[in-house]
Ligand binder design. Structure first.
Ligand code: SAH
Ligand code: SF4
Length: 443
């Protein structure tokens, strides 16, 4: 979501003639878009701001802005802690960024805007200023959250759920496709409730269907779906929509019903497992990934064992594991039975070990198969390798072999690791790379 918001900021800044640079020392304006979901992310903001203080001493006209959830949470306090910051703007204030910048550059005043008001629609400026070729993009379809899980800051910092208008979303995706994007991921904290409150005429499965019809788009994904609201209609979409990638991220958070209740998640492990069964019936190849918090207040040995059992029995393709982080203003902040850091660390390591084994086993099962990979760019490993994802969202690295960003390439999988697969372009599935592939440059 922050990647998407940062792109909105970049578009607005382009209208003011700002251009991105990869050299921090050359920048006239630096914006940090922050996250405060866990305290580690929040600490990073302050250590980064510490480094920027030294840069500002050398370059007094440098304008520094802090946006996102830490800004929303801290407001004026952030200026007290980091007086070299010029702009603090919250999660509702992105569209007001240009006027905040002008206040600093013209009136030489610090600016704080954390008003919880603003449009759910991003700026109407077309996405034209991408600097590099890209095959995938995020598109936010709704903002905020109404769920109030007891550990989570999102509802307090991003407000109540608001859905964007379907026509604006479709228009945005058509523009992205015209620029060469082949895969979009629709984003929301709980996409299942898209359109239900503000009645724009489409619910989430209907929105998916409309996006599926966009010509030139090859793949469609979404995140996040809340298990309590995962409807049969959405599950059926996996069997019906040809572009909907067979991957579902369905955060379970814990394998203990007692802990799920304290988290206010609104489902039991029984409900969760029943949803998984239905998903696998509708789309037998579906990859399922999840989020788990270890060490939630009151989580005992037995609760954690139940989490291990659930992970083992579902056999997730991948898991994002987090140690519980105590967030101010959330109900769990006041729970007295906190789990010791050392215990959280042990549980984290045990769960990670179990999941790494499962992931590696699943990845090994793909060796010898041919997977369709959407080429996204150079791999991190070096210049002779490119990288992309399978429909099930597995990362695949392959030798360059003349393939281009945006191409769909059949790849024969030769080796499996716990975080990626290695392969080579294959002819054997008889499928030619997407016709619309080619080196894509920004207009
Ligand atoms: N809306 C999504 C999750 C968004 S936050 C959902 O409900 O599934 C992404 C993940 O961060 C959550 O799934 C949760 O596992 C983790 N998370 C959120 N708050 C946390 C906290 N206080 N401590 C540790 N992990 C947290
Ligand atoms: Fe946070 Fe729960 Fe909303 Fe997800 S559903 S954003 S975890 S409150």
């Amino acid at each position: 979501m922050n990647v998407y918001d940062s792109e909105q900021m970049e578009r607005l800044l382009a209208t003011m003639n700002y251009r991105p640079t990869s050299h921090q020392e050359k920048a006239d304006l630096i914006i940090i878009n922050t996250c405060s979901i866990r305290d580690k992310a929040e600490h990073k903001v302050y250590s980064h701001l510490g480094r920027l203080a030294r840069l500002k001493l050398k370059k007094p006209n440098l304008v520094i802005g802090v946006g996102g959830c830490v800004a929303q949470q801290e407001g004026d306090r952030l200026l007290k802690r980091a007086p070299h910051v010029d702009i603090v703007f919250g999660t509702f204030s992105i569209s007001r960024l240009p006027s905040l910048i002008r206040r600093v550059t013209h009136e030489k005043k610090q600016a704080v805007d954390v008003e919880p008001t603003g449009t759910v629609e991003p700026s109407h400026i077309k996405p034209t200023n991408f600097q590099e070729a890209r095959a995938t993009a995020f598109v936010t379809v709704m903002r905020g959250c109404d769920n109030f899980c007891t550990y989570c800051v999102v509802p307090y910092l991003r407000g109540r759920e608001l859905s964007r208008r379907p026509e604006r979303i479709l228009e945005e995706i058509r523009h992205l496709v015209a620029k060469g994007v082949r895969e979009v991921t629709l984003l929301g904290q709980n996409v299942n409730s898209y359109g239900l409150k503000n009645g724009h005429g489409l619910d989430f499965p209907a929105l998916l269907e409309a996006v599926n019809d966009i010509e030139g788009l090859s793949r469609l994904r979404f995140t996040t779906s809340h298990p309590k609201d995962l409807s049969d209609k959405l599950i059926r979409a996996f069997g019906r929509l040809d572009k909907l990638a067979p991957h579902m991220h369905l955060p379970v958070q814990s394998g203990s019903d007692r802990i799920l209740k304290r988290m206010n998640r609104g489902y039991t492990t029984g409900n969760y497992l029943a949803r998984i069964e239905k998903l696998r019936k509708a789309q037998p190849n579906i990859a399922i990934t999840s989020d788990i918090i270890v060490g939630f207040p009151g989580e005992g040995k037995t609760d954690f064992e139940e989490t291990l059992n659930l992970v083992e029995s579902v056999g997730f393709d991948n898991l994002y594991i987090f140690k519980y982080s105590n967030r101010k203003n959330t109900p769990a902040f006041r729970f007295s039975d906190k789990v010791q850091e050392a215990v959280k660390g042990e549980r984290f390591a045990r769960l990670l070990e179990l999941q790494s084994k499962i992931t590696l086993e699943k990845n090994r099962g793909l060796v010898g198969t041919v997977q369709e990979v959407l080429i996204e760019g150079l791999s991190k490993k070096g210049y002779d390798q490119v990288t992309g994802h399978t429909p099930c969202n597995k990362t695949v690295n392959l030798s360059d072999g003349g393939v281009c960003v945006g191409q769909l390439v059949p790849v024969s999988i030769a080796e499996a690791f716990s975080h990626s697969l290695l392969g080579a372009p294959s002819e054997c599935c008889g499928k030619l790379p997407g016709e619309k592939g080619g080196i894509l440059h920004a207009a």
